[in-house]
Write a protein that binds this ligand. Structure first.
Ligand SMILES: [Zn+2]
Length: 374
């Protein structure tokens, strides 16, 4: 039988890892340890449990007496830890002053601050935007999130943010290569608080140059696509990719998931792919080419010309051909692949996509396709 290996303590862990010990980001000073006190603010609450002396894993329960004094009694090792009186200042609960932390981050990354909580994500904030010439700027988000939640926060931001974004997470130990890849797919970035501000074990906070450098590189990468009128998100197609490497899956009428080679699947919302699938940014209803893409997903893989004419209630072949050619162009622009994605097979009188276009098993596009001819 194998002996259980002792867990290695990570030596790269910095003071920010302390935040993980405080899910509510609050605690008594003894628990905060060397955490910088100027990032903490006192609350009106008093702790009812205090850690015993440093190095002990046990805790004292606080018993209050009428006169206002209180004693702490060790709950786990009363024979080792004395029962002693505890002062109010020892019991005072301090919580992280997020505003001050965000201010420091904003200074380092030159963010135009506009701090707002992100709805339905209690541990995620929008910090504001990094200004860019002639633009609204690039949004920056901050999340106090652990490894398990990063995926969820990322996919939510990918779905809801209309721009490329920067996400800063509190704990660098939770960041995995797959997170970086997922962010890259929508030309966004994810970095850790450690990349911006370092916190030494003695509580000294200092600026890290790596973070701002990463952010600068990222801005020059995404800025060109931002300045052009009518430009939208493009898929970061790896070189040598062919249509056969690509699968488009409809998750709903307006959301597709794109899987390409070894890249993790990424979701895109129709309205965010401006140059592709909306006639203009105010367009709320799908365009003809989007309906055609839906038709491939719902009734494909191959679609006969006669069936398409019926679906779009058209007697004009040329109109269908033009609609197909526009969808091909949009796919070529989005993926940056020159060859024809939806070739026509004369002998079968049908379009036979080179890529996989399907609908999720929980999705039924038929109801929406009924609107296609309207
Ligand atoms: Zn104790």
């Amino acid at each position: 039988m194998k002996a259980a290996k002792p867990k290695m303590q990570s030596h790269t862990r910095t003071g920010w890892a302390l935040l993980r010990k405080h899910p509510s980001r609050s605690g008594v000073l003894a628990v905060w340890g060397a955490f910088p006190q100027d990032l903490l603010m006192p609350t009106c609450d008093l702790a009812s449990v205090l850690p015993c002396e440093a190095g002990h894993a046990c805790q004292r329960r606080v018993i209050e007496h009428d006169a206002g004094d209180a004693v702490g009694i060790c709950m786990q090792n009363p024979e080792h830890c004395d029962t002693r009186s505890v002062s109010k200042s020892e019991r005072a609960i301090y919580r992280l002053d997020e505003g001050k932390l965000f201010q420091r981050i904003a200074e380092v990354l030159s963010i135009r601050r506009d701090v707002q909580s992100v709805s339905q994500s209690p541990d995620v904030w929008s910090l504001g935007r990094i200004p860019m010439a002639g633009d609204r700027g690039l949004p920056v988000f901050f999340g106090f999130v652990g490894a398990r939640d990063i995926d969820q926060v990322l996919s939510k931001l990918i779905l809801t943010s209309r721009d490329h974004f920067l996400l800063i997470v509190s704990d660098s130990n939770c960041l995995k290569p797959s997170h970086h890849e997922a962010a890259l797919v929508c030309r966004s970035r994810i970095i850790a608080l450690d990349d911006v501000l370092s916190l030494a074990p003695d509580g000294t906070m200092s600026t890290v140059t790596a973070g701002p450098a990463t952010v600068d590189t990222w801005i020059t990468e995404v800025a060109p696509s931002h300045s052009g009128v009518g430009s939208g998100i493009r898929f970061p197609t790896p070189p040598e990719t062919t249509w056969r490497d690509i699968t488009i899956t409809f998750l709903s009428r307006d959301i597709i998931s794109v899987k390409c080679s070894a890249l993790p699947a990424a979701n895109f919302e129709r309205l965010h792919i401006a140059e592709m699938f909306a006639a203009n940014s105010r367009e709320k209803n799908p365009t003809d080419k989007w309906y055609l893409l839906m038709a491939f997903a719902a009734r494909g893989p191959c679609l006969k010309m006669a069936d398409l004419m019926k679906l779009f209630r058209s007697t004009n072949r040329l109109k269908i051909r033009k609609q197909k050619s526009e969808l091909s162009k949009a796919l070529q622009a989005f993926f940056g692949i020159r060859s024809e994605p939806l070739p026509f097979c004369k002998s079968r009188n049908a379009y036979e996509p080179e890529l996989v276009i399907r609908q999720d098993t929980n999705t039924n596009l038929e109801d929406w396709l009924a609107d296609a001819a309207n």
